[in-house]
Design a protein around this ligand. Sequence first.
Ligand code: SF4
Ligand code: SF4
Length: 508
Amino acid sequence: MHQDFANNGMNYHESELRPVSAFISGLFFTGPSSTTTFLYEFFWWMHILLIFGFLNYLPYSKHLHILSSIPNVFLANLDPVRNTIKKLNLDDENADTFGVADIDQFSWKQILDGYSCTECGRCTSVCPANTVGKSLSPRDLIVDIRKRTLEKAPLLVEGKTESELFEKTLVHNYITDMQLWECTTCMACVQECPVMIEHVDSIVDMRRNLVLTESEFPAGLNPVFKSLETNFSPWAFNPADRAEWAEGMNIKSMAEDKDGEILFWVGCAGSFDDRYKKVSKAFATIMQKAGVNFRILGTEEKCNGDTARRLGNEYLAQMMMQENVETLNNYGVKKIVTACPHCFHSLKNEYPQFGGNFEVKHHTQFIEELLAGGKIQMKKESEKHKVTYHDSCYLGRYNDVYDSPRKSLSSVAGLDLVEMERNKSKGFCCGAGGGRMFLEDEEGGRINEERAKEALSTNVDTIASACPFCMTMMTDGVKHFSHSDGFPEKTEEVTVKDIAEIILENIN
Ligand code: SF4
Ligand code: SF4
């Protein structure tokens, strides 16, 4: 009865239902029934032995991810804001080291990450450092964590302390310092990983060990750390000149009058970098035209701490973050707008760790709101331009801000917005994040040149960006090609502009 129902009331011959297995089994039914019974039992036991054998081999093989990836995905960080660096307890009097030098200093989740890697290589295929020929491979890094754990963990469990394995450490002997310093913290690897492994957390933890415990970092970072400590910016500019860019613009600081509706957080590049000072001016002018009652901190503003933090110098980062929070809270600041995605991410998502809770907007979001609210009016006719937009990782992948810059650009009459092949969440890093802005390339190619090449291949006359680091990297990248043989001469005419500059040129 049941059989008939399953067969929809029809009767099928075995060969119709399972033609291949019916054919193969037919081959074994040629001998006496005792042979058939023997073969049946032989294959049955072979099958069982193979399954049990594989289950025993599983914990020692790369196939362990079949089991470990399930809890790894279940226990993954589901916070919609990705890569908020965890606060390091620097006041722990019992701590004689900081950061991670070896597997026993990782959290259980970071070890589980190692066991969960399927070695699919999706992370490495999108890694900008690896793409341009550097030795950093996020997959190999995670596999090295697993390899080291499989070697060292049994000794730790047995309580053994005498072994040549203890003469090695994960950092230096398995993962080189150079690989750790090559990461731009772009988050492409984390985004692509099918089992939700968080590579960047582990990389920053290992950098923390190099900087805070071993004082082993590239020589080029010495002036950066020194400057952050004494000038509160990565560059050796006089902190007293922080508000010079605003001279003659009739912009008030909080110290002069704290009665503003929003604070414009200018950032170090916006305050000191000659190119980005123009962006600060452009955005301030847009706000003035829109009648926004904004203030700046002026000389009271300090670096937001992102660069120091991602470079592993948690001590410096926390110092600046705490001081900034104190200043902002003293003035009762509630709303902040900034033209720097690194300041944006840090103020919005990491300052709550230090008691700073603010409503933070990136200037592209703010401009979009001004346009939507009719506070600024676009010209009816504008010069024709073909533009491509380069996504900043800290704005896009970190904070899902993809539409605001594009909507602002689309509001410009005569602007033809074309996308690069790698755009939005698949966007390719400019190469400056994670403190790479201040480091030399010791091997492989340059990430910014790879990205500039992609931008130039769209045949645009303007590359739009929304980040001071991206602007520097893309400008340098474009220059490289304008001087190289084989690239169209007109690349010399391609300009890199911030969205605020493009909007200011096109409003009434
Ligand atoms: S964060 Fe970016 S640069 Fe760093 S390992 Fe991942 S993909 Fe590579
Ligand atoms: S994408 Fe994830 S699972 Fe695949 S190799 Fe990279 S870390 Fe391993």
